[in-house]
Design a protein around this ligand. Structure first.
Ligand code: SUG
Length: 415
C-alpha cells in the first residue's frame, strides 16, 4: 500500500453570491428565495472553514470562483449586453453556485483505478440551468490544479438528462484506510413524486467505466423517493462516510448492498432524527476527517448544535467510538442556498507523489489565508438583493476581483 492522505479542495464563494431561489427540490434555496445575501460574510465563512481544516492538519486546497455574471453564455445566447437579459436568466447567469465543489466532479483515488491514476470527471450538472454552465470552467481549473502524469481528466458526460451527473455529492469511498483499495459507492435517484432526482444511474455506470473501476469494488445505491421528496436532492444530504465508517439515515436508500456490511455501518433512525430535521439541520452534510495522528473528527454545520436530536445523534456516534469530536462551524450564508460544510468541498485522496504534483499556489497556508481574507474584505460587497444583479458595476467589480485572485493563485481564471 502507498501512503495517502485525503485533501479537500473547497470552492471559494464568488462576489455575486445571492439568493435567487434557483433550485427547485432544494428546500433552503426555496425558503430563502429573494432575500438579501452577504457575499463578503459568505466568502469569509468559507475560508475560515478551510483554515480550520488546515489547522487540524488536513491538506486543504482552494478552487477559484467562476466568472459571474457569465458573459460567455450570455453571448452564446445572442445577447450583447447585460441590460438586455430577462431577469430570470440574469439570475441564472449570476449564481455563485460553483462554490459547492462537491458538485464539481466525480473523483476516483489511484488505489481504486486500473491504471493507478487519479481520475476526474467534471459533473455536467444538467438538471439546473444555472449549474449546467459550470463544467467547462471546472474542467479548466481541475486541469491546472492537478497537472501531469498522475492525473486523468475526462470530459463531462454528454449534457442530457439520461446522463445527469452532480459529482461527488453522490459518491462515497469506503476503505480500511485512505491509501488502500476501496469500494466506491455511487448513489442515483429513481422515480420520485414531488421533486426531481438529480443523479442518473446511467451517469454512475459511465463514470465506473471511465474511471476503470473494478466491478467487484463498485456499489450502486438507489435513493428512496421518500428522501428525495423530503428535500434530499444529493446523497450528501442524507449520508456521510470516511475510511471504514458509513453513516446513513434509515430512509436514505431503497436497499443497502450486502457488500457494505464489511464496513462500520452507523444507521440513524427516523425516530432519532426525522428526515425533515435531517434536511433542516444538514446533519449529514458534515465532513468526517481522519486526523494526521489517527482518529476521526466531524465538522458539522452550526445549525446542528441548536437541534437537540441532531446533537444527540452526534453524541451517540462519539459514545460508540466512531468519532472523537464534533466541531460546529458557521457557513450560514451557504446553508441558506442548501450548501453545508460537505457541499463546499471536493475530496481527493492523494499519495505523496500525487500531492507533490498539485499546483502549489492553491495550497491553503497561513499566508494564503491572510491574502484571501484581505482580498475578500477589499473586493466583496456585504449585501446583494436579487435586483442588484442588474447593476453593471457589480459585473465590473466581480471581473476585477477575479483578475486579482488569478494573480494570488497563479491560475488562469475563466476560460
Ligand atoms: O445545486 N444550490 C445548490 C446547492 C448545492 C449543494 N451541494 C451539495 N449538496 N453537495 C444546488 O441546489 C441554489 C442557488 C440559488 O438558489 O440561487 C443552488 O444552486
Amino acid at each position: 500500500m502507498t501512503r495517502a492522505a485525503e485533501a479537500n479542495i473547497d470552492g471559494l464563494v464568488g462576489p455575486t453570491h445571492n439568493y435567487a431561489g434557483l433550485s427547485y427540490g432544494n428546500v433552503a434555496s426555496e425558503k430563502y428565495a429573494m432575500t438579501v445575501s452577504n457575499p463578503r460574510a459568505a466568502a469569509l465563512q468559507g475560508v475560515a472553514k478551510m483554515k480550520f481544516l488546515h489547522d487540524l492538519g488536513i491538506p486543504q486546497l482552494v478552487m477559484p470562483p467562476q466568472p459571474r455574471p457569465n458573459i460567455k453564455t450570455l453571448k452564446r445566447l445572442g445577447y450583447r449586453k447585460l441590460t438586455d437579459v430577462p431577469t430570470e436568466l440574469l439570475h441564472q447567469l449570476s449564481s455563485a453556485s460553483s462554490m459547492w465543489a462537491a458538485n464539481a466532479a466525480m473523483v476516483s483515488a489511484s488505489a481504486d483505478t486500473n491504471d493507478g491514476k487519479v481520475h476526474f470527471t467534471p459533473a455536467n450538472l444538467v438538471s439546473k440551468f444555472h449549474r449546467s454552465i459550470e463544467p467547462a470552467v471546472t474542467a479548466h481549473y481541475l486541469k491546472q490544479i492537478f497537472p501531469g502524469e498522475h492525473f486523468v481528466h475526462h470530459e463531462p458526460l454528454p449534457a442530457h438528462a439520461m446522463f445527469s451527473d452532480e459529482g461527488a455529492a453522490n459518491h462515497m469511498r469506503l476503505t480500511e484506510e485512505h491509501g488502500k483499495k476501496g469500494v466506491e459507492v455511487f448513489v442515483y435517484g429513481g422515480a420520485s413524486k414531488k421533486y426531481p432526482a438529480r443523479q442518473s444511474k446511467q451517469a454512475c455506470e459511465a463514470i465506473v467505466r471511465l474511471h476503470e473501476l473494478a466491478a467487484e469494488r463498485v456499489v450502486l445505491l438507489e435513493q428512496s423517493a421518500e428522501a428525495i421528496d423530503a428535500g434530499v436532492f444529493h446523497n450528501d444530504v442524507i449520508a456521510m462516510s470516511n475510511e471504514q465508517l458509513f453513516i446513513y439515515h434509515e430512509k436514505a436508500y431503497t436497499q443497502i448492498d450486502s457488500r457494505l456490511a464489511g464496513f462500520t455501518n452507523a444507521v440513524i433512525r427516523e425516530k432519532d432524527l426525522p428526515l425533515k430535521e435531517a434536511v433542516a439541520t444538514y446533519f449529514f452534510n458534515s465532513q468526517i476527517v481522519t486526523l494526521p495522528r489517527g482518529g476521526a473528527v466531524v465538522i458539522a454545520p452550526v445549525e446542528c448544535e441548536g437541534n437537540l436530536k441532531a446533537k444527540n445523534c452526534f453524541d451517540r456516534l462519539m459514545r460508540e467510538g466512531h468519532i472523537e469530536a464534533v466541531y460546529y462551524l458557521d457557513v450560514r450564508e451557504s446553508m441558506k442556498n442548501g450548501g453545508g460544510p460537505a457541499c463546499l468541498r471536493l475530496r481527493v485522496v492523494l499519495t505523496e507523489k500525487e500531492l507533490e504534483s498539485v499546483h502549489k499556489h492553491v495550497w491553503l497556508n497561513d499566508k494564503l489565508y491572510q491574502s484571501l481574507c484581505q482580498w475578500i474584505e477589499k473586493r466583496y460587497r456585504d449585501r446583494i438583493a436579487p435586483d442588484d444583479l442588474r447593476d453593471p458595476m457589480l459585473a465590473k467589480e466581480s471581473e476585477d476581483a477575479l483578475s486579482e485572485l488569478a494573480a494570488i493563485l497563479k491560475l488562469s481564471i475563466g476560460q
